[in-house]
Write a protein that binds this ligand. Sequence first.
Ligand code: GUN
Length: 296
Amino acid sequence: MPAKIISGTEVAKQIREELKCEVADLKAKHNLIPGLATILLGDDPASKSYIAGKEKAALALGIYSERIDLPASTTEEQLLTLIKRLNNEPRIHGILVQVPLPGHIDETRVLYAIDPKKDADGFHPLNLGKLMIGDPDFIPCTPYGIQQLLIRSGIKTDGAEVVIVGRSNLVGKPIANILLQKKDGANATVTICHTGTKDIKSHTLQADILIVAAGKPNSVTADMVKEGAVVIDVGVNRVGKTADGKDILVGDVDYNKIKDKASFITPVPGGVGPMTITMLMVNTVKAAKLSIGLSN
Ligand code: GUN
């Protein structure tokens, strides 16, 4: 039977509807408008398009948005000075620095400089550490979005064999930490495969839930997938242009063949992608609430 398609676009819409009410409520009851600052260095087209999507989503929800586009030649000191200003800016509750950063900038130093209370991306080592021990404030947006897709699609993670392909700090490591917690929407047995794994297929074939964030098209083919598995494709690969100049996007898995074998699958585009931006909004609203002492 063909897989059910998990529409990230639809799930993201549901969450944004919920958030819109919450933002309106915060304004009415507490005179609080959540604020998000996004910082982009350089003009990488993919990064520019992500940042534009984040700004659009914020504005649609009634979140105040400050967008700061800087040249790729910006120095690390200039960027750190800007972050310091935003850390002290009361209208801003969430700060996002789009990565990857140009090579002359030490990414870790920049991520450390963001006030952990304003870390809407959840990339600060304090927040990643809190996630690891099961006491998170801010969860990185893409893995958080993946967990929401699973929960809201009724997919059981409790006791499931989850195999992750890719060990990045943005996706692979945090989603592993999320799904192995002894909590609802988690409690899975988690395996991470990476470039050092001897026989990736022997692991992926065991997966009830297969999460692929390898950064390369066709990293997972149909022969690597167990019949009835849930396949979450995190990849966004630009493989060409349409006649009218739009990017052609594909994920990391062989979607057309795997969709006849899996029970659920996420498409690219329209799967994990819309969730990332949505969870950034969730984190921004949470940061605003925490700033006035409201817990969730
Ligand atoms: N680059 C790719 N994904 C992300 C993300 O979720 N946040 C930031 N800051 N940069 C990214």
